[in-house]
Design a protein around this ligand. Sequence first.
Ligand SMILES: Cc1cc2nc3c(=O)[nH]c(=O)nc-3n(C[C@H](O)[C@H](O)[C@H](O)COP(=O)(O)O)c2cc1C
Length: 149
Amino acid sequence: MTDIVIFVGTESGNAQMVAEALNDELGRFDHGVEIIEEFDDGLDVLEGHEMVIIACSTHGLGELPDNIIPLIDAMNEAKPDLSHMKYGVIALGDQTYSDTFCKAGKDVDAIFTACGAKRVGDRLEIDACTQPLPDEEAIDWAKEWLSLL
Ligand SMILES: Cc1cc2nc3c(=O)[nH]c(=O)nc-3n(C[C@H](O)[C@H](O)[C@H](O)COP(=O)(O)O)c2cc1C
């Protein structure tokens, strides 16, 4: 019955699709799930959440999706205390971009840790080149993540 929020960083919808698949799956286990993909209010979105999954793709050459930049910029600037928070990261990328594979997801992971949040489990990195069904890989990861909470 844990309330879980999923923050989505996406340009073309794959991370959103992953979040919606997790919503369905976690809901089957009676977890309350909220998906958030608008971060124009900066740090406000962090308030009141103790279990967070961030599903974030990489664009450009290792850049964050535009929609999640306000949150990450605000976190880098203010370094809010997130020591009450547990989180997991699903990074979407493409290994064709070998120098910047999943870099945005890695950067998101680093800033949550820098703010004192505790990562649960390993970061999942989904390669669009070899994984045509990112939602299935994410669901398997989420089941494991839940068992580690
Ligand atoms: C223009 C463009 C640039 C990309 N740059 C990167 C990159 O630097 N590193 C990476 O791992 N993936 C990169 N990707 C791959 C995306 O992260 C991948 O396709 C992902 O599934 C997109 O998710 P989204 O639809 O949620 O944005 C890029 C994709 C596009 C179209």
